[in-house]
Design a protein around this ligand. Structure first.
Ligand SMILES: [Zn+2]
Length: 178
């Protein structure tokens, strides 16, 4: 799999994260549609050529991104800037969980408006409590982000933050179920 960046070297989409299988990535390299940004150690060989598999590629022509962001863990984290919405601290993706503001056991739904990023500590102490229980109310009111807001949030991270660890995000980039 290769992470696909737009011509401005930002991921083509965060929603979901744009990934191509290696065959498509290699084909695009040969068609001169993309440039290689990073490579894997793995080499592919055929009788006529050999090349290291691209891990990150960038499109040569800019593509407009305008669709509505998918409701995924990754995008929830990105909306909340990888910060726990209860203690306000920033965490790595693998240290974060998502929390239902109104617990599911009390009828809360899994939607943009009821799911926030939480560290495991805060998630645990909030438990099944109602919003405001023990004073635990999200720092900002959860809402559906626009694609633009997610892009802006993505830009707030160091350029390699999302690239170097993009494999970690595959797991998080699964559409959440209602
Ligand atoms: Zn926290």
């Amino acid at each position: 799999m290769a992470l696909v960046l737009n011509a401005d070297f930002r991921p083509l989409s965060y929603f979901p994260l744009s990934l191509w299988c290696w065959q498509d990535a290699v084909k695009a390299v040969f068609l001169d549609r993309v440039s290689i940004v990073h490579e894997y150690e793995t080499v592919v060989r055929s009788p006529s050529f050999e090349m290291r598999l691209p891990s990150v590629i960038a499109l040569k022509e800019y593509v407009e991104a305008s669709r509505k962001p998918a409701f995924t863990r990754f995008n929830v984290f990105l909306r909340d800037k990888f910060s726990c919405q209860y203690c306000g601290d920033r965490f790595q993706a693998h240290e974060l969980t998502f929390d239902h503001v109104l617990p599911r056991s009390r009828g809360g739904h899994t939607t943009w408006w009821n799911v926030v990023t939480a560290c495991s500590g805060c998630n645990l102490s909030k438990g099944d409590g109602l919003p405001g229980f023990h004073g635990m109310t999200p720092v900002s009111r959860p809402r559906e982000p626009t694609a633009w807001q997610l892009l802006e949030n993505g830009r707030a991270f160091p350029p390699n933050y999302l690239h170097e660890s993009w494999l970690d995000y595959l797991y998080w980039d699964i559409e959440l179920e209602e």
